[in-house]
Design a binder for this molecule. Structure first.
Ligand code: APR
Ligand code: PHB
Length: 390
């Protein structure tokens, strides 16, 4: 087979890239290891930066979001089971976020791809990348048959465990990582959620109230990374959540049986460069953020903004100016998101082995944030997502 861009990975990054390229008349083939239903069955957060919301609207993917999504004008922080603090993001930035699930976005991307008749090949195995500094191609097997795609460029959108990042020579690749010594135990409950998404710091550990829709709530508590789901009955979960949230907020929590329960690890990870020859990485293939800031999906869209512009400029104007600066431009927003996510994780979690000095600094970080409009404005500027630079 032959195409202009071979996209490895049918997650949000790969599908959105295929969608934007299609809108510009550029051909691509998306190859995905799993089935479509498997991809859609993944439970993922959905807090969209203003820039991501704009991109979804620009590319005709906002119909359901604007109808069923929940605008998010700020962030609520509970502190040590007492304080209840609101960061007025829309006041400080004039911009609005949106609570809208990654699953719904991925569904709409698949629907658009099918509507546009775009090529997608599922259940591919043994994917390998070739001639990244010449005439690139991707080989794979499907149902025991070997196939090859010749292309002008390869977009590695195959997530953290995919082959694309590893195709960049080890002596070239630089990796930066932080693995956090705790996890998030999350449950899904078919009950009305709290009116606002809320983060909570408590000396017993982090907690959080979030949502998927008006009748589907998502809650998290920090647990040791050695804990197992079976260690946590629903009752034990609700008791921990109530202890970590202020008394006055208890009335806002509608408890019920969990329909899903899982523990997610927390990691910060960046691989540089995000380009090697004709290979361009986007999304989790190049970087992972801890869930605390909900930046993962937003970064995938950010990368696609820069990569699609670069590929369109190449094919339309025969200019590689954006291809040549892709890695540097994308990484600027990546590191900004890594930074705010790391600082939010430090502020809101208890670290095993932390000493009283650490605790005093954390308390002071909170006091400064709660007490200073300038610091709230700075936080809001980073939390809403940096502007896309030209
Ligand atoms: N061949 C083909 N596809 C592959 C391979 C492979 N060898 N390895 C992985 N994939 C597919 C995965 O099955 C997955 O569907 O690549 C896709 C990568 O999708 P995601 O992991 O969702 O990553 P991305 O599209 O970059 O989206 C980032 O996902 O994990 C969240 O928080 C993250 O919200 C962020 C978003
Ligand atoms: C979620 O809804 O799962 C969620 C929301 C915001 C976060 C993290 C997770 O920061």
């Amino acid at each position: 087979m032959r195409t202009q861009v071979c996209i490895i990975g049918g997650g949000p990054a790969g599908l959105f890239l295929a969608h934007v390229l299609h809108a510009a008349g550029i051909e691509s083939i998306v190859i995905e290891r799993q089935t479509k239903n498997h991809v859609l069955s993944r439970i993922r957060a959905g807090v969209l930066e203003a820039g991501t919301v704009d991109l979804l609207r620009q590319y005709g993917l906002a119909g359901r979001m604007d109808r069923d999504g929940m605008p998010k004008d700020g962030t609520r922080i509970f502190w040590e089971g007492k304080e209840d603090f609101w960061i007025d993001v829309i006041r400080w930035t004039g911009k609005r976020m949106m609570v809208w699930g990654q699953t719904q976005i991925t569904e709409d991307l698949y629907a658009a791809r099918e509507r546009d008749g775009g090529e997608m090949i599922f259940e591919v195995e043994n994917v390998a990348l070739h001639d990244l500094d010449g005439a690139p191609s991707v080989t794979f097997e499907r149902h025991g048959e070997s196939q090859r795609i010749d292309c002008d460029f390869i977009a590695g959108c195959d997530g953290f465990h995919g082959p694309s990042r590893k195709a960049i020579p080890a002596e070239i690749r630089r990796e930066y990582e932080r693995v956090y010594p705790f996890g998030w135990l999350g449950i899904m409950v078919e009950k009305p959620p709290m009116k606002e998404i809320a983060y909570a710091y408590h000396s017993e550990g982090f907690a959080m109230a979030s949502r998927r829709n008006p009748m589907l709530s998502r809650y998290y508590v920090q647990v040791p990374s050695t804990d197992k789901v079976e260690d946590w009955s629903d009752d034990r979960f609700w008791e921990a959540l109530h202890r970590r949230l202020p008394e006055h907020a208890h009335g806002e929590i509608e408890t019920g049986p969990s329909i899903e329960k899982s523990i997610a690890p927390l990691r910060s990870f960046v691989a540089e460069p995000m380009r090697w020859g004709k290979l361009f990485l986007a999304g989790d293939a190049a970087h992972i953020v801890p869930q605390t800031g909900a930046k993962g999906l937003n970064l995938a869209f950010s990368d696609v903004f820069y990569l699609s512009r670069a590929l369109i400029t190449h094919f339309r104007e025969n200019s590689d100016r954006y291809l040549d600066s892709y890695s540097q431009m994308a990484l600027r927003r990546v590191w900004a998101a890594e930074n705010i996510s790391w600082r939010m994780t430090k502020l809101l979690h208890v670290f095993p082995g932390e000493d009283p000095f650490d605790q005093k600094i954390r308390q002071n970080d909170f006091d400064l944030l709660a007490g200073s409009e300038d610091i709230q404005r700075a936080f809001a500027y980073e939390y809403i997502g940096l502007p896309f630079e030209d």
